[in-house]
Write a protein that binds this ligand. Structure first.
Ligand code: UDP
Length: 348
């Protein structure tokens, strides 16, 4: 059960889109039969998708904390779970990737076990409450990316830490970079692109920006605030084109204001041999090996980013690729998910 905020392949869902693709692909390769249920217009490579029509969900991180739980008329999310109810008997397990109230609420009403992969840190009290209730009911059925992410919830102790992965065969190692640094991700306030632009403005190192513009006003503001910064917006690229571009970067800048649950872009960069400069908070602080495969910078410190950019060429790009191969392969991910699923199925 994919995210209901947008079709897979559009970037609207953020990193969870890649996570769904990777897990589905790897589990299928191991002989599991599966189908991915996702909003209309979704596309996955080599995996059967059941497209569900309706109005998509507003991403929770774009709303205020006290907003009540809302569903639009003819809700994609509700339609997805109506479909799941109808076909549940054909499956041993339902895996939910939606960061939404409804699937947690519905869990006890289904006869097929539902397990939840939570893709962000704590967002709203209403969601925390329903997730906690679900965690108490089935403590083995809550998966997360990282420990830092789990710690934003009251039920951190029971979370299964599953990390993330990428299909390494799709990312080519690039030994010699070009002149610029890269920033990639959804262009939205929680990602604090303005910090990366401020650092580029000081160092005068060109910054190439890739990703979905989720918040147009926010993007316009950044351009207004830094009229002379050496930045270039490159659009939202598919994985193949993205990795070609990313490999050319001297470094990837990750400047999130929020507790990033994981940060898939970090391991995509490492796979291309690109060191990662990130704030020491959330997922990236568990990924980057400070001084080896990147630099961890004091959160929200522009001077910290500037120093890291100035020292970036001292790091070994091969060490970056090696870390990606050792820790973030699809095989490693498949092993973690399969053993989590086995535990759930043995307990239910
Ligand atoms: N991405 C992409 N094309 C782009 C820029 C970004 O496909 O031009 C993808 C990137 O590969 C990554 C995702 O967008 O998988 C961003 O995920 P991340 O976990 O970094 O952050 P999230 O959006 O989930 O907060």
């Amino acid at each position: 059960m994919s995210t209901p905020v947008g079709a897979l392949g559009t970037g609207q869902g953020g990193g969870v889109e890649l996570t769904v693709q990777n897990i589905a692909q790897e589990l299928q390769r191991r002989g599991n039969q599966l189908e991915v249920v996702a909003p209309f217009g979704s596309f996955l490579k080599g995996v059967r998708v059941k497209e569900i029509a309706g109005n998509t969900q507003i991403a929770v991180q774009t709303q205020s904390k006290d907003v009540p739980i809302m569903l639009p008329k003819n809700s994609t999310l509700a339609n997805m779970w109506e479909y799941a109810r109808q076909v549940q008997n054909q499956y041993d397990l339902i895996v939910n990737f939606a960061f939404d109230w409804l699937p947690f609420y519905l869990t006890p009403f289904f006869s097929t076990p539902i397990t939840h992969f939570i893709s962000m840190g704590s967002m709203t009290p209403a969601l925390d409450e329903i997730m906690e209730r679900s965690a108490k009911l089935h403590p083995d059925r809550i998966g997360v990316y990282t420990k830092s992410q789990a710690e934003t919830f009251a039920f951190s102790e029971i979370c299964e830490i599953l990390s993330s992965a990428i299909d390494l065969s799709l990312y080519n190692f690039c030994a010699i970079p070009g002149d610029s640094i890269a920033w990639l991700g959804r262009i939205a306030p929680e990602k604090a692109l303005e910090d990366a632009v401020a650092a580029a403005n000081i160092t005068k190192v060109p910054l190439k920006i890739y990703g979905k513009i989720q918040d147009q006003d926010y993007w316009q503001q950044i351009q207004q605030d830094f009229p002379h910064a050496p930045i270039e917006y490159m659009g939202f690229l598919n994985t193949e084109d993205l990795q070609k571009e990313l490999g050319q970067a001297r470094a990837l800048l990750m400047t999130p204001r929020w507790i990033e649950a994981f940060g898939n872009v970090a391991i995509e960069a490492l796979a291309c041999g690109v060191p990662v400069i990130a704030y020491r908070r959330g997922g990236p602080s568990e990924i980057v090996r400070d001084g080896k495969t990147g630099f961890l910078v004091e959160p929200d410190s522009i001077p910290g980013l500037v120093t890291a950019i100035e020292n970036i060429d001292s790091l070994s790009r091969i060490a970056c690729r090696q870390q990606a191969e050792a820790k973030y392969s699809l095989t490693a991910l498949g092993d973690r998910f399969e053993s989590w699923f086995d535990k759930i199925l043995n307990n239910s």
